[in-house]
Design a binder for this molecule. Structure first.
Ligand SMILES: *Cc1c(COP(=O)(O)O)cnc(C)c1O
Length: 361
């Protein structure tokens, strides 16, 4: 420990991102990136923005991007907040809307950044166990009583399970004393119509929906996320943002994200491709003896009853295929596998078939 570290820094337990190995020819199925590129319009818009204009600060309000998001989702511009990736949006949500001196509630198995934000901002939390089949039980949250807010991904990560919108609405209605945050990083892979809670915000002042362009818009490298909620919530987030970084989105990110939000055709085409590859991969994994949770996301969460998950991940890695394994109670026998291109999915199933056929416990 360095003597100049503040007490805050000394006590932090930082988030550990999935690895980004610098090897070529990897089948990289470990961080839920989109296997298809972003809309070709993104690069065009960014190229047009290059040059002398980079001298100037970007629009601190990212108005053009907020308008594109508002148009796409049928909400008002004043109901949209944007940030440098939804991780940053979530950080502002924790500080600005979830810190009330009462525990924030989220599932015991969920996005591991939530407890990290709680540590950073000194927020108490309670982890509510998922049911044995990894479902969120709404009543466990409603029965908890006084809380600082509720947050979970829908579909949940890393399970992929979707909580029906009726249950999301029941949570918002039953928990009027604090905010309910739905982290919809993967919702666009949830089918048609997309099971987003955005239409519910009109009726619920305590509902906030967070989305990202990293997964379904294939722009993890650009760092753009947003939140949608009633105006007062957005104003709260703006107060945090303007006390932290007035220009979180640079010029290239703004124009690139607008282009991505406006290309409905590319969006539809790629999300449908991921969904159909997911269904094929799920069937193939079941054929290999895996138990696969139903997924509404761009990944599958699976375990093999006879094979140790860490060893499987290791054996795949030896064949240059990387999947995610969490050394965490309840899920240390599961693998989280990102949906790749069909060729990558075939490489995975072929490798698994070989590994399972060779000697093992
Ligand atoms: C990927 C992910 C995010 C973060 O997305 P960025 O916009 O890339 O920061 C947020 N929440 C969940 C559950 C995710 O899986």
């Amino acid at each position: 420990m360095n003597p100049y570290w503040s007490e805050t820094v000394r006590k932090l337990t930082p988030y550990v991102p999935g690895e980004q190995p610098k090897l070529a020819n990897l089948v990289k199925l470990n961080t839920n990136e989109n296997p298809y590129g972003p809309s070709p319009r993104v690069a065009q818009a960014m190229a047009a923005e290059m040059g002398d204009r980079l001298r100037l600060y970007p629009d601190p309000d990212s108005s053009a991007l907020k308008q594109a998001i508002a148009r796409h989702h049928g909400v008002g511009v004043d109901q949209v907040f944007v940030g440098n990736g939804s991780d940053e949006v979530l950080a502002h949500v924790f500080l600005g809307l979830l810190k009330h001196g009462r525990p924030v509630l989220f599932p015991d198995i969920t996005y591991s950044f939530y407890p990290v934000y709680c540590g950073l901002y000194d927020i108490d939390y309670a982890a509510i166990p998922l049911t044995p089949d990894f479902t969120i039980r709404t009543d466990d949250y409603l029965d908890y009583g006084s809380n600082g807010g509720i947050i979970f991904p829908n579909p949940n990560a890393p399970t992929g399970r979707l909580l029906p919108l009726g249950e999301v609405e029941r949570l918002a209605t039953g928990n009027p004393g604090s905010l309910v945050v739905i982290d919809e990083a993967y919702v666009d892979f949830g089918g048609t119509p997309i099971p987003t809670a955005i239409p519910l915000i009109e009726r619920h002042a305590n509902l906030l929906v967070v989305q990202t362009l990293s997964k379904s818009r294939s722009l993890a490298g650009l760092r753009v996320g947003f939140a949608i909620g009633q105006k007062g919530l957005i104003e709260g987030l703006d107060r945090v943002k303007n006390s932290f970084n007035s220009y979180p989105l640079d010029r290239l990110a703004c124009v690139g994200a607008v282009a991505a939000m406006e290309d409905d055709e590319h969006f539809e085409h790629t999300r449908q491709a991921v969904i159909s590859s997911r269904e094929i991969l799920a069937r193939n994994l079941v054929e290999l003896g895996f138990e696969v949770l139903p997924s509404a996301a761009n990944f599958l969460f699976a375990r093999h009853p006879q094979r140790d998950a860490a060893q499987l991940a290791q054996a795949l890695r030896a064949q240059s295929i990387i999947v995610r394994h969490f050394r965490q109670p309840r899920i240390d026998q599961h693998l989280r596998i990102t949906i790749g291109t069909d060729a990558q999915c075939v490489a995975l199933t072929t490798a698994l078939r070989d590994i399972l056929a060779s000697s093992g416990p």
